[in-house]
Design a protein around this ligand. Structure first.
Ligand SMILES: Cc1cc2nc3c(=O)[nH]c(=O)nc-3n(C[C@H](O)[C@H](O)[C@H](O)COP(=O)(O)OP(=O)(O)OC[C@H]3O[C@@H](n4cnc5c(N)ncnc54)[C@H](O)[C@@H]3O)c2cc1C
Length: 312
């Protein structure tokens, strides 16, 4: 019979690592399962020139400041470095190269991996992210389009678009950033938007916008308590056009997801399956839930709930 855990975290991206931090702090017997070979989540797959839209001072996971000057905006590679360093420093129990294929539940959860192993646990925190479920809407007449359509998750650098005519669909951070860099290579670049792009200045009165969001409480405002999934300040922050579909990690847990593949949850606690938790969902508990700066407080909340149930 395999070892019995209090909690198994699926995914060692920022959400899974933040969970690891609070589980460790509260003395839980847990393990993190990660299908990749390193604890960097989906960051290595994001486009080459990505820079965080929050400065280092607002881009940390719990217990370890981002090792850059406060007002520097970290690059993708600096985030990857930070996540790896965070996992190493905290010495989290992570099993790499382990992909959860399906989950069975009776009194306990049984996690079946693609290698045929079975892990047993009382609780699951699903931190699988949404990067592997990019959403491309069906475009009317799209079949007749002779060009190429790619999702932002496949975009790496602008060179591939030299002298081409390109339409970037979206008006959030990623769309605007990608559009701006493509426009330096393409012959024509158009941003297709439903509403005008509202550019929020990165600095107001000498301070980064995240300072002000913190001061007015916007970043942590509990929209979820009012039944609102996410509050967006007019498209300033993009969630990458991804849907929070989690079919992958949770295949087999009856009732966990709705017909469209969305988690049935409130504040990260499954509404239908006791013992099942989520981290990293967009708008889970605040506007910042799916960002590096916001996931730590959600992890604290979820682990506090586990603790209250007398575990750990
Ligand atoms: C283009 C883009 C730009 C962004 N820019 C910013 C930004 O500037 N600032 C910011 O704070 N946020 C940004 N984000 C949002 C967010 O911070 C990232 O998407 C982040 O990677 C989410 O972290 P996560 O841990 O929730 O998920 P992920 O990083 O996706 O990590 C999930 C992990 O789970 C693993 N996994 C998945 N399924 C399984 C399974 N079945 N079994 C085992 N392991 C599994 C994956 O291998 C992965 O390592 C951006 C997102 C995108 C897409």
């Amino acid at each position: 019979m395999s070892e019995l855990y209090d909690v198994i975290v699926i995914g060692a991206g920022q959400a899974g690592l933040a969970a690891g931090y609070h589980l460790k702090k509260n003395g839980f017997h847990y393990v993190v399962l990660e299908s990749n070979t390193e604890p960097a989540g989906s960051w290595p797959q994001y486009y080459d020139n990505l820079r965080l839209f929050s400065p280092a001072s607002y881009s940390s996971l719990p217990g370890m400041p981002f090792p850059l000057k406060a007002d520097i905006y970290p690059t993708r590679d600096e985030v990857i470095f930070y996540l790896k360093m965070y996992a190493k420093h905290n010495n989290f129990p992570i099993h790499f190269n382990v992909r959860v294929d399906r989950v069975e539940k009776n009194e306990l959860f049984y996690l079946h991996t693609t290698d045929g192993e079975v892990y047993r646990t009382k609780n699951i925190i699903c931190a699988t992210g949404s990067f592997n479920q990019p959403f491309v809407p069906k475009l009317e007449g799209g079949e007749d389009f002779k060009g190429t359509i790619i999702h932002s998750s496949q975009y790496r650098k602008p060179d591939a678009f030299r002298k081409q005519r390109v339409i970037v669909v979206g008006r959030g951070n990623s769309a605007v950033q990608i559009g701006a860099e493509i426009s330096e290579r393409a012959s024509v670049t158009t941003l297709a938007v439903l509403q005008p792009v509202q550019l929020v200045p990165q600095r107001l009165l000498g301070k980064d916008v995240h300072f002000w969001m913190k001061i007015i409480g916007y970043d942590a405002f509990p929209f979820w308590r009012f039944g609102v999934t996410v509050g967006s300040p007019g498209g300033a922050i993009d969630v990458g056009g991804f849907k929070n579909k989690l079919r992958d990690g949770l295949h087999g847990v009856e009732g966990a997801l709705d017909d469209r593949g969305y988690a049935v949850q409130k504040g990260g606690l499954s509404s239908t399956v006791p013992g099942l938790y989520y981290l990293g969902l967009s708008g889970q508990r605040s506007f910042a839930s799916a960002t590096i700066r916001g996931v730590g407080s959600d992890a604290k909340y979820v682990v506090k709930h586990l603790k209250r149930r007398g575990l750990g």
